[in-house]
Design a protein around this ligand. Structure first.
Ligand SMILES: Cc1ncc(C[n+]2csc(CCOP(=O)(O)OP(=O)(O)O)c2C)c(N)n1
Ligand SMILES: [Mg+2]
Length: 360
């Protein structure tokens, strides 16, 4: 019986291409990206780090509402998004606003989302995405459905979703991956394992050695990847997307990452549940640092280039927050109007009532 029991414990080794020192450790899997594409990836990571810093500052000034910091998770978020196409459909979690922005959500709308304004949830024409999910894990079930829809229509696209380590404890997580597996639906299920669900460490979340191995029970492909290595995340996403489009089914992708900031800006204090040693350990793995080293050694990145991106980001953020400030305040009728295609009677009555009030 012993060998049978042992065979159940599948090995899920972390996939990596670029190590902490910015050296390629896995030439065979190096993705086929041009110098321009490599620079674009760096540009997006730098831009997103600045956006995070500015968003935190704007939140403290009372100029933004809900905000979940992203610093540390750039390679995981942007490396995956970079492998997607316009026709793919994204179902993000609350921390995944950067993927939406790079998929085409204008920055001022991301700011309106943060403020709870309905226009922040209205994806522009051609951006296939839902607004960020707040209910942990719910996007996994929705993704299985969207992926099945894509398959039934015969489209060459995938549905892509993101949750955290904590999200893998939800029933929706298992339902989503199982259903997509059963229908070989073209879905990519990301688990961004940043080791904490607010203050709860992943060891208290599950007895599983990896989160990627949860794919086994659903009969789908599962892989654990260094989430601080943008090249590895990109390569895995590209590979999984190709498989999904070829009818080979969904993939569960666990990215090992870390959020440097607090859980959200609503009063979380990470020093109460994370040690300085742990923070330091992950600072050494910083996705921007190692990719910068790699690009500089290749001779295609410089401090001047980076400063240009930083200035550009700051400028665009300034413009976007101004545009968000100037956007018409939302009215009660906006809420009602955006709830149903056809209003039920009781809401119709409220609509009339508020139209009357708002007209004064
Ligand atoms: C169904 C549900 N339960 C509880 C919460 C409250 N909650 C918000 S974030 C969070 C932790 C999620 O952690 P994780 O999935 O690891 O994602 P991370 O925030 O680390 O990116 C919890 C429990 C919620 N939003 N939805
Ligand atoms: Mg987490």
């Amino acid at each position: 019986m012993k060998h049978v029991l042992e065979s159940v414990e599948s090995q899920f080794e972390m996939f990596q291409i670029l190590n902490e020192d910015g050296k390629i450790v896995n030439k065979d899997d190096m993705p086929d990206l041009s110098d321009e594409e490599l620079k674009e990836l760096m540009r997006r990571m730098v831009y997103t780090r600045i956006l995070d810093q500015r968003s935190i500052a704007l939140n403290r000034q009372g100029r933004l509402g809900f905000y979940a910091p992203t610093a540390g998770q750039e390679a995981s978020q942007l490396g995956s998004q970079f492998a997607l196409e316009k026709e793919d459909f994204i179902l993000p979690g609350y921390r995944d606003v950067p993927q939406l922005i790079w998929q085409g959500l204008p920055l001022y709308q991301a700011f309106l989302f943060s403020r709870g304004h309905f226009h922040g949830n209205q994806m522009p024409e051609g951006v296939n995405a839902l607004s960020p999910q707040i209910i942990i894990g719910a996007q996994y079930v929705q993704t299985a459905g969207v992926a099945l829809g894509i398959k039934k229509r015969g489209r060459k696209a995938v549905a892509v979703t993101y949750t955290g380590d904590g999200g893998t404890s939800q029933g929706d997580f298992y339902e989503g991956i199982n259903f997509a597996g059963a229908y070989k639906a073209p879905a990519l299920f990301f688990v961004q394992n940043n080791y904490f669900a607010i203050s709860v460490p992943v060891e208290k979340q599950t007895n599983a050695k990896t989160l990627a191995q949860k794919a086994v029970a659903a009969g789908i492909e599962g892989i654990q990847v260094d989430g601080m290595d943008v090249l590895a995340v990109y390569a895995v996403t590209k590979h999984s997307r190709d498989r999904a489009i070829n009818g080979e089914g969904p993939t569960l992708i666990e990215t090992l990452t870390y959020r440097y900031g607090p859980h959200t800006m609503a009063g979380d204090d990470p020093t109460r549940y994370r040690t300085e040693d742990l923070d330091n350990e992950w600072e050494k793995k910083d996705p921007l640092v190692r990719f910068r080293t790699f690009l500089e050694e290749k001779g295609i990145w410089s401090e001047e280039e980076e400063n240009k991106v930083i200035e550009e980001a700051k400028d665009e953020i300034k413009q976007a927050i101004k545009k968000a400030d100037e956007y018409p305040k939302q009215k009660v009728t906006d809420f009602i109007e955006n709830m149903f295609e056809e209003l039920p009677n009781n809401l119709q009555e409220q609509m009339e009532e508020y139209k009357e009030k708002e007209s004064k």
